[in-house]
Design a protein around this ligand. Structure first.
Ligand SMILES: Cc1cc2nc3c(=O)[nH]c(=O)nc-3n(C[C@H](O)[C@H](O)[C@H](O)COP(=O)(O)O)c2cc1C
Length: 325
């Protein structure tokens, strides 16, 4: 029963948002704002943090915000709150992606609450995974996680599919790196850890690394490395949706985060090889490699990590939370 009197205190809202912002985001842009009003939290896109070259339609930006939205649902369930989701928002504001209406609950969603511990343990793991297979039951759990949020997961398991995918990733790398505007955008998001966002590099290495990325087309070398990474990945999988609208991107983001947290729960980590989705001319080819209909949204590699990585930095809460007076 939703009480009209009930509202989120600053303390509870801040705790929920602190969990939400641990979501992944492309280039670690953290392109989100959380607007707290009475019993609800709105998830808004912060398009000042968009990547116009890498992501001209804000598709990945929306997916990133929807990952944070899913974390918010997990945090709410863990805090004994029931959540009613409106996504996309029922408003004229094009930046409002979703609203979560919260209320105290006697029986919050236990499946969501069970994912809470995984939120802080998940990392984007860009190294080679341990040479250890992933159990079929775990792969099934990942596919179920995607389906529960309205997306599909296709495991690329045949040799031909994996090889084709590796080649598409390499092609995507070469196209992206050949574009000076794409390289400038990447370099602009290479930041020192203290900035709280972006792709972190040590202070001393940063100016040289940025200059190298801006200046040189390293597509060939990056492609060779990515083929190796794809080849050595115990699981390569495409997350997709039936359509390619705002609602589909929100579904893709929530499905992505649900499956990443489920993977973490089972001792796995993941990383992204999204190049053949970001390069528009390759996106259909990747989807065709899956034999599915619809739209590829994210290409993932998953496996067992061999080392524990430090968490990527996040912006302070007061930069992303707006409390109504
Ligand atoms: C939609 C989306 C696309 C991403 N694309 C890539 C990618 O192409 N390559 C990559 O290495 N990481 C990619 N990432 C991962 C982010 O770089 C990562 O989430 C961010 O640096 C924060 O690190 P964390 O995930 O360990 O918290 C992507 C994340 C999201 C949500």
């Amino acid at each position: 029963m939703i009480s009209t009197e009930w509202g989120l205190t600053h303390e509870v809202a801040a705790a929920l948002v602190a969990t939400a912002i641990l979501a992944p985001s492309s280039h670690n842009t953290q392109p989100w704002v959380f607007r707290v009003r009475g019993p609800s939290i709105g998830v808004l896109a912060d398009r000042t943090r968009a990547l116009p070259v890498n992501d001209p339609d804000d598709r990945e930006l929306t997916i990133s915000c929807a990952c944070a939205l899913f974390n918010l649902r997990v945090a709410a369930a863990q805090a004994q709150l029931a959540a009613t989701l409106h996504a996309p928002c029922n408003s004229d504001d094009p930046d409002c992606l979703a609203t979560l209406e919260l209320a105290p609950a006697t029986a919050p969603d236990a499946d969501l609450a069970a994912l809470y511990d995984a939120v802080a343990l998940r990392r984007t793991y860009r190294h080679i995974f341990a040479d250890r297979p992933v159990a079929a039951s775990v792969m099934e759990a990942l596919a179920v996680a995607a389906t529960q949020e309205g997306a599909w997961l296709h495991i690329l398991d045949s040799r031909t599919q994996r090889q084709q995918t590796g080649e598409l990733v390499a092609e995507g790398d070469e196209e992206q790196w050949a574009d000076p505007a794409w390289r400038r955008e990447l370099a602009a998001w290479m930041h020192p850890r203290r900035r709280g966002d972006g792709l972190t590099l040590p202070d001393l290495a940063l100016p040289v690394a940025q200059a190298v990325v801006r200046t040189f087309d390293m597509g060939y070398g990056v492609a060779a490395r990515d083929i190796q990474l794809a080849d050595a990945s115990p699981v390569l999988a495409v997350l997709g949706t039936s359509g390619d609208t705002l609602a589909d991107w929100i579904a893709a983001g929530q499905a992505l985060q649900r499956l990443l947290l489920t993977a973490t729960q089972h001792g796995l980590q993941a990383s992204f090889l999204n190049q053949p989705i970001e390069v528009a001319s390759l996106r259909t080819k990747l989807r065709q490699a899956t034999g599915r209909s619809g739209f590829a949204q994210v290409l993932l590699r998953l496996g067992h990590a061999e080392k524990v990585l430090p968490a990527a930095p996040r912006r302070p809460l007061d930069e992303v939370i707006e409390m109504a007076e």
